[in-house]
Design a protein around this ligand. Sequence first.
Ligand SMILES: Nc1ncnc2c1ncn2[C@@H]1O[C@H](COP(=O)(O)OP(=O)(O)OP(=O)(O)O)[C@@H](O)[C@H]1O
Ligand SMILES: [Mg+2]
Length: 251
Amino acid sequence: MNEKPDFSKNANMASTAPAFLSVWDMHSYYGESYIVQGVSFNVHEGEILALLGRNGAGKTSTLRSIARVSDPEVRHGEIWLDHKPLHKMTSYEAAAAGLGLVPEDRRIIPGLTVEENLQLAQIAPPVGWSLERLYELFPRLGERRKQEGITLSGGEQQMLSIARALARDIKVLLLDEPYEGLAPVIVDEIEKTLLHVKQQGMTTIIVEQNAVRALELADRAIILDTGSIVFDGAASEVLENPQLREEYLAI
Ligand SMILES: Nc1ncnc2c1ncn2[C@@H]1O[C@H](COP(=O)(O)OP(=O)(O)OP(=O)(O)O)[C@@H](O)[C@H]1O
Ligand SMILES: [Mg+2]
């Protein structure tokens, strides 16, 4: 059986409790461009982690590296999910191991209804949330189940994208800018849903430009700056620290 890496010497590791998701000394490249420059962090089961930082800091690249998407290429480091070595997996295998990436562009499949988009995610077992449960979580999707997915409003498409991830049996939800372009009232609705999903035990990493909203939702926060972690601690600590807010988040 594979053993978890020993993080005891890593200064970024605040907690000694065994982590659910562990990223250890991850370095990623787009061709020759060196982007994720030795990132290490832990996420505990049931936690919401906000991954923050300015434009181009490497947030999306970090999420994509964890999800094992082909670009960027992870050339060094280890990623463990519930004792499984994601760093040795393809993106398909990582998805099967329980990673649910909700990309920034939402990827709703044209020509399919809301329900067909969800059913497509449920083709491969093990199936996650049932349609009934998903429609309970997102009543707007239930009302529009026969509507073509790409004709939904931006907020509804975001809901469908999250619902589609939950339709698979995932352990970690990776959200890239879920609030982008959405009205505050829709952000409220999605936030409420994410809290409900957390109550069901889900572990979540949220990348957001809307740092205050993400920090209000999250238990912990990591701030990235040019591909390195400059802060790892309680979300409330960032909200209360004007220097961090100004220097790395411009809020
Ligand atoms: N496909 C790519 N090829 C080359 N460089 C890339 C590619 N994608 C991203 N980069 C570069 O990697 C760096 C980090 O980009 P990334 O998208 O991870 O940042 P981000 O923190 O998500 O930014 P934003 O807040 O704007 O979404 C940037 O300098 C970007 O130009
Ligand atoms: Mg990004």
